[in-house]
Design a protein around this ligand. Structure first.
Ligand code: ADP
Ligand code: ASP
Ligand code: MG
Length: 424
């Protein structure tokens, strides 16, 4: 008998019919004797609608009220699924974050889970009741306020619940049948990756592949929780139920590097659209300037990603380019404006029309020339690189947004990721 966490995203619970289909997936696991906790997202489009309403009422909203509003979508789905399961003859109960409780920190709107007491949930599922848990939300215990985990946060709820109840696996059911070499909506030739390492998945997620929230992969990696990405649209009766000690590799399994036999040099390609570029021209070239710019940005909790510094021809000045999240650009510009009086007469330029494209693969550690191949591919397509950043297992470039799709497709082909055409 296995303990299983099953997470269903927005498209998978978009209407009553799809919720009934989710119930069939749950029923398969229960029929096999498994103990099940289900984590659900809001019905497709609901969270966006709630966020829009918040912005309509108050663009500079109070984050506590934002959370009170946007957390409500998951509550509807949890209740509806619990009822659907009951109607199908299963024992089921819905659980909101505060009832478990899922305790978070105070960062409303992008809170992190601090602690989950899995005891009550475990007791109930041990009695054969399906626990239907609201994803995305928890409670900040000091002020007893609902907090949400950032967009896509139900994935993280699922992994955290899986760890808290000692689950054998955390299955993420979504609208694609696994993690692909790149977003299959952009590149139809993209292929499903049967197994991917935690490290690669972490990079893919944090570099823009929103199929899993970054924090969920981080948690799974830290706790060694086995994670699979599966399609909720697959016929529920056709999928094998989870068995202890024998995990079928359907969909994509996110696992340790040692469990992957065949490693690729480049496993996947990610792109992130919500980037903005800031260039500061004619900074004095002297020690401490970078610290005086990036210090205040960090203090304002603005994440700076890629950084490029050039010396100007006169040798006395430098130009500094860096990227931030597009949503944080106005705040970043405010911070820079506020340090202008200390740092002299520099000029600031910024633009939002940029995209970060990244190649990811653990095989890069042992292969030379991977980055050079990327730059050549882009140059052959006439695509200009605005900034570069690298780590042991990824290379990212910043390019003009107009070329994003072209770059992703070209790189996908260069690294041999395109699906082989079926032999005729
Ligand atoms: P859910 O609502 O189930 O959480 P999401 O929309 O958050 O689903 O994530 C699934 C989507 O992620 C897919 O529909 C796909 O367009 C997108 N996606 C982006 N990159 C990838 C990738 N590398 N592999 C699979 N899907 C990806
Ligand atoms: N409903 C939330 C969102 O749309 C959380 C999630 O679906 O994971 O971001
Ligand atoms: Mg998601």
């Amino acid at each position: 008998m296995a303990v299983v966490v099953m997470k269903f995203g927005g498209t998978s619970v978009a209407n009553i019919e799809r919720i009934a289909n989710v119930a069939r997936h749950v029923k398969r696991e229960v029929a096999a004797g498994n103990k099940v906790a289900v984590v659900v997202s809001a019905m497709a489009g609901t969270t966006n609608q709630l966020v829009d309403w918040v912005n309509e009422v108050s663009p500079r909203y109070d984050a506590r009220e934002y959370d009170a509003i946007v957390a409500s979508g998951e509550q509807i789905t949890a209740g509806l699924l619990a009822l659907t399961l009951q109607t199908a003859g299963l024992k089921a109960r819905s659980w909101q974050g505060w009832q478990i409780p899922v305790e978070t920190d105070k960062a409303h709107g992008a809170a992190r889970i601090a602690k989950i007491d899995g005891g009550r949930l475990r007791e109930r599922i041990d009695q054969g009741e399906v626990a239907v848990v609201t994803g995305f939300q928890g409670i900040e215990p000091e002020d007893a306020r609902i907090a949400t985990l950032g967009r896509g946060g139900s994935d993280t709820s699922a992994v955290a619940v899986a760890v808290a109840i000692g689950a054998d696996v955390c299955d993420i059911y979504t609208d694609v049948d696994g993690v692909y070499t790149t977003d299959p909506r952009i590149v139809p030739e993209a292929r499903r990756i049967p197994r991917i390492s935690y490290e690669e998945m972490l990079e893919m997620a944090s570099l823009g592949s929103k199929v899993l929230q970054t924090r969920s992969v981080e948690l799974a990696m830290v706790y060694g929780m086995r994670l699979r990405v599966l399609s909720s649209f697959a016929d529920p009766e056709s999928l094998p139920a989870v068995e202890v000690g024998k995990l079928e590799h359907i969909g994509t399994t996110v696992c340790s590097e040692e469990d992957i036999v065949e490693t690729q040099v480049v496993s996947g390609i990610a792109y992130a659209k919500d980037e903005a570029k800031v260039t500061i021209l004619k900074l004095d070239d002297k020690p401490g300037v970078a610290a005086r710019i990036f210090g205040p940005l960090a203090q304002s909790a603005i994440n700076v990603d890629m950084i490029v510094q050039n010396i100007t021809p006169d040798g006395a000045h430098t130009d500094l380019t860096f990227t931030v999240q597009a949503a944080e650009l106005p705040r970043a510009l405010e911070v820079i404006e506020s340090i202008k009086k200390d740092l002299g007469n520099f000029e600031v330029r910024s633009s939002k029309g940029v995209v970060k494209v990244s190649i990811i693969g653990i095989g890069m550690r042992s292969h030379a020339g991977v980055a050079a191949q990327m730059f050549k591919t882009l140059s052959d397509k006439g695509i200009n690189i605005l900034a570069i950043s690298t780590s042991e297992i990824k290379v990212s470039v910043l390019i003009d947004a107009d070329y994003a799709e072209l770059a992703v497709r070209a790189l996908h082909e260069t690294y041999g990721l395109d699906a082989q055409a079926d032999p005729v």
